[in-house]
Design a protein around this ligand. Sequence first.
Ligand code: ADP
Ligand code: MG
Length: 766
Amino acid sequence: MSGLRSRVRRFLQKPGSASLSGYEELLPDIAGREETLRKLDDAALTAAAAGATGGAEICALGREAARRALGERPFDVQLLGTLALLAGQVAEMATGEGKTLSGALAAAGYVRRGHRVQVMSVNDYLARRDAEWMGPVYDLLGVSVGWVTQASAPEERRRAYAADVCYGSASEIGFDVLRDRLAISVAEQVTTEPDVILIDEADSVLVDEALVPLVLAGSAGAADSGREMAEIAGRLLPRLHYEVDDEHRNVFLTDAGTRIAEQSLGGINLYAEQNLDVLTQLNVALHARALLQRDVDYIVRDDRIQLISASRGRVARRQRWPDGLHAAVEAKEGLRASESGQILDSITVQALVRRYPVACGMTGTAVAAGEQLREFYGLEIAVIPPNLPCVREDEPDRLYRTAADKEDAVVRQVGDTRAAGRPVLIGTLDVAESERLAERMGEAGLSCVVLNAKNDAQEAAIVAEAGAAGAVTVSTQMAGRGTDIRLGGTHGDRDEVAGLGGLLVIGMGRHASSRLDDQLRGRSGRQGDPGGSVFFLSMDDELITTCVPDAPPVGAGPDGQVTDPKAHWTVGHAQRVAEGVQLQIHRDTWRYNTLLEDQRRTVLRHRDELLGTGVALSTLAAAFPGRAAALRETVPEEILEEAARQISLAQLDHAWAEYLAQAAEVREGINLRALGHGPNPFGGSLNPVQEYNREMTRLFSQFRDDITTLTGHAFQTITITADGADLAGGGLARPSATWTYVVQDNPFGTDFGRAVKAISRLLGQH
Ligand code: ADP
Ligand code: MG
């Protein structure tokens, strides 16, 4: 106890985190209840849980339930985590500390306090695994639990959300919210009123994936394939016809390039106001050609583009770029254009989370994401000490002059470690790198397992063996993976591997944030195990060439190793630049998104009213009394009410989809102008966000007027009989099919280039 206390003290000093002393004070109380609770039979334990609302009570009952149901008695630190979650904080707990259980006890506690909880899991596999794994604990506490995955049928979803606690991935929950928004009757909806959201791997969801839009699309005409633009872009030469900025984020036509493009397009002026569409398409095609790299940003498999998720470094299923860009990459690769459809609605992960009045979460790396968590979600962080002190040895970086020198050094290191039987996990930054490295190791006679996420369950099984004696595992991006690595693997001898020094983690380069480095390191040294970590870097690493393009040349030893402290400083500097840029991007995008989110809320309030009340008919009947009276002869009142509702909903949904398309255009147009492409009608002091907001405010009031007019018109013209309204006849047919996907990385969404420069300058002064 006193050991824990002193460790808590030490951890308390972490800046920017909440005090744990209030939780710590409850520990003796929790311990004091243990003996009595052990004497209760299961039914009595469940009965006792029914009335529990205090933190100490909940923790004591939870500890006893977990001991009985899982044979695992939660450690004090796990209960500190539970208490932090119950206080609405993000609990920082290292990998392997048992967050799944801490989270489940907190979820049960919220339920006992009268809430309904959704647990946001990393993926479908973990949603189901955790719900089933924690099921017996919930059972003993009298709490019902459900889970949703991509495979769940609507009826299963409805039941899962209706449970006290429901597990699901961010995208699955988001897609359900979107589908419910388009429901044409209350009975069709599956989700419940948002209440408490408990987020696993919270930084990954709330920071790395926060801005990813989840999209619901409906069938419409075939997408413009953009083949002509792809062809034109294909004829242009780098540097001569177009330039890519240092950050590889923007591509610009040169004068010569502009001339060629204008000629190919029949002699138009690309920068004329009326050709903004064409310029946008060409820019998209150039982006696809010059900035998106096969096997880094995407792979081509089964004649389809499959995106590689930047934050996960894995092939991402059901992800697309914004439509034009996706079609442009398909055209670049000579693939048939896939269906794109019309976007019916979309929501970012950040907006999804902000729907919940109460949010809390857990992760191994919260403090490093603290600024974002506070700024964008108002979340406080509680740093929970590990159950056993971490003894992992984090070695200093090994920096090399070239990428080849670095890879040679890594192969040598892996050879030595492997010879000793010690397991190695190598984290690479992209898929191409993992394959290259695996090949080089193969040449050196070192066999290894490469993780390329074919499916989450399989991946979890492979990761689980990464701690076995002699294992060499190569993997992209370990952040937010949710599976912890036990020494010895699932069947081997833990103590034998511990004796060899435990798992060695090798990083193939610093990530764009030190938090992701820490996630990788954290795979080693779980629960007080021995272990080590070391990063191999080179001056060729993209982080350095991108963020410190003018880094001075460095001297190196015979094997290419660089020891100059100035060069090491450059590495840290590059990472700080990248972190600054990402924060800036998050801020900018957030500013863009807020207005649209507010407008969406207004629209949804109106839609819910239409859906749940008779307001559609009363409004229309008041505006068009003649038409209403005429119908009331022939059409029974309930049918007329339903017809008015369906007309109003269909009109609203149609108009909203169009409004979203308009919003995207406005934003692309403003960004293009802000980037200096073409005329700037707003004068020199353009503030893109302000300009966007002004334009969107104007469009929104027009949208509202249009809805009234169009709905009135539809009510007067659409055939309404005792069978209801003929929506299809009136051009208001519902989409015949809908599907969902995730949009990645909108190249027009941010101004990375300018942000990098501004921030490099700022940091450069210190
Ligand atoms: P995290 O999500 O923090 O990385 P997990 O929830 O996946 O960790 O748990 C890691 C492992 O620790 C699991 O195998 C789990 O069974 C085990 N574990 C968790 N809590 C306890 C406990 N109190 N006693 C023993 N084992 C535990
Ligand atoms: Mg976990």
